[in-house]
Each structure stands twice: as C-alpha cells, then as structure tokens.
Design a protein around this ligand. Structure first.
Ligand SMILES: [Zn+2]
Length: 314
C-alpha cells in the first residue's frame, strides 16, 4: 500500500468471486491447474518465497511485494494434509485460492512426483503478521481475507446452536446447519481508532500491552448497540477521562488478527483533564509535532494517521 495515503483498497488487482469450498478427493482436481495463485496457510503462517526473483527455485511463483506466492497445482503435493480449498476469485488475472494445511504437515513421504519431501528450498512458512508489512497493499489485504476465511471455516465446523455438523452453502460464503437452519457468516469485529487533537497537540496514549516507550492514538472495539461515535465517546472517556466533540471519519483498514475492521476518525477535545484508567492505558499526554515519542509503524492505520497529522492538520 502507498505509505503516503490513508486510502487503499483490496480491489486494486483482485476481483472477488465466491466458490463453494472444495473438500475431500476433489482437491486433487487442483493439481492439474498451472495458473492458480495459492494463499497457503499452516495455522497463521503463510507459505511464501522470499524476494521476487524466484529463478532457480524450480517452481513457479507470483511476486507480491517483497515475497512471492506459489503458483500452480504442485503446491498441493508439498504437504501431507490439505483439508479444503476455498476459491477466492482472481488476482492479477490468475485464479486464487485459500488453502489450509494442518500444523506441521510438511510432506515427509514421496509425493505424487515420486521424490518430494517438505516444501522446496526458497519457500517458507512465515507468520502473516510478519509478512503483511512487506506485501503489496492489496496482496496483504487478500492474504488477510484468506486467513480469516480459513479460520472462520475451521471455527464453525459445528452449529453453535444445536451442535450438528455445519455445511458450506453453495451460493454464498456462509456455513449452514442442516438441522436447525442456523447460518454463520465470516465474523468481523469493528473497532474505532481516533486521533484526538487539542489545538496543535495530539493525544497519544501508552497501552499497557505496547512495547516500552511506544505511544499511539486511542482505539477500542465497538460494543453491541453503539454507533461509531458512541464508541469513540465511551472509549476516550473510559480510558483517558476526557470528553470529545466534532467526530469526523477518516479512513478504515481491515486487520485480520483475528477479525478486526479498524475505522479511523478525528475528534476535538471538548472538556476534562487526562486521567488514565491504569488498566488498559498506563499513560497519556498531549504531544506537539516537535516532541514526539515512539509511534507505530507505517503499515498500521494508527501509524498512518499519526504520520499524516505530523504533516499538517487532519
Ligand atoms: Zn443447528
């Protein structure tokens, strides 16, 4: 994604489509497809080749930022156990799929090519959280989408209402209970993130789970029944002790760990003095552009909003 902007999109090179997940013996059909791009996961680890120069690996790969994704059906031979293939649509004109392997499933026996063991040299399983900042923006969002779909499928094998085994629907991305009809769609958890300003100062807080010395803008999950504006007012008052006004929307960013949608806003200080809750927030101050603490990196919406403010009023 462009590091200078607050607007980006999953759909720069990706065309979405729903395909019913392929399970069981039918997975073998994908072995014959040479043009498919694979978002292949073990738990939260994505299979990538480092770098974009994949000559010498001996397998096709598709460059996405500083990494390359496996291309072609032989990727399915690299692990022992593939449970499902989820068609996602097309990326750069290639069909693309999310696929999950069991943890520690690297093949140790000869594959269908007769000799293979494990993933080829040059490919690695890397935590998506570490890989995302190095991917092209839309590739990173699509990798996040793939991981969320796989986790959603894995977490909804049985009906939460009656316990019957769930089945994927043919016409939309939903798990359905054949007994009671309960439907489960991929879950999203919206969260607000807000840059509160007072004159030329920005409110930055140190969360108790942050690295030492790092400060960021206030964030929190939306609770049932709240508007975004309600959530901002409550979170800022609970965590910092002040009231805000003039709330304006800025931008949003999906965050797949595990299923957040960060929705960014600005607000103005209205009243009250800083009094942190001491539980989630250990410290908070008004910072001017001349004396800033350590802030989050530019791949997060928090880091981007703060950097935009450093360049001028939001
Ligand atoms: Zn049910």
């Amino acid at each position: 994604m462009d590091s200078e902007t607050l607007s980006w999109s999953l759909f720069a090179r990706y065309v979405p489509a729903y395909g019913k997940p392929i399970e069981g013996m039918d997975i073998a059909l994908f072995r014959a497809l040479p043009e498919t791009i694979w978002f292949f996961f073990q738990e939260d680890r994505l299979l990538t080749a480092s770098g974009t120069n994949v000559v010498g690996i001996g397998y096709d790969a598709h460059a996405v930022g500083n990494h390359s994704l496996p291309l072609g059906g032989n990727v399915l031979d690299w692990v022992e156990s593939v449970t499902a293939v989820h068609p996602l649509g097309t990326f750069d004109g290639h069909p693309c799929c999310a696929v999950q392997a069991a943890a520690d499933s690297d093949r140790r026996e000869p594959g269908s090519d007769g000799f293979w063991t494990g993933v080829p040299d040059g490919f690695h399983w890397q935590p998506l959280r570490e890989v995302i900042p190095t991917l092209d923006g839309d590739a990173g969002f699509l990798a996040g989408r793939a991981l969320q779909i796989l986790n959603w499928r894995r977490n909804n094998q049985f009906c939460g209402r009656c316990g019957t085994e769930m089945e994927p629907r043919a016409d939309e991305r939903a798990m359905a209970c054949p007994k009671c009809g309960f439907l489960q769609y991929p879950r999203l958890s919206p969260a607000i993130i807000v840059a509160v300003t007072r004159g030329d100062a920005l409110l930055l807080a140190h969360g108790n789970h942050f690295p030492a010395g790092m400060y960021s803008i206030v964030a929190g999950f939306v609770e049932p029944g709240e508007t975004f504006e309600d959530c901002i007012s409550r979170e800022v008052q609970e965590e910092i002790g002040i009231r805000v006004k003039d709330i304006r929307y800025l931008s949003s960013q999906p965050w797949p760990f595990p299923d957040s949608l960060m929705v960014g806003f600005t607000a103005e200080w209205a009243s009250g003095g800083i009094q942190v809750d001491g539980v989630e927030i250990g410290d908070a101050k008004w910072y001017t552009r001349e004396a800033m603490p350590s802030i989050p990196g530019p791949h997060s919406i928090a880091g981007r909003i703060i950097r935009k403010w450093l360049n001028g009023p939001l």
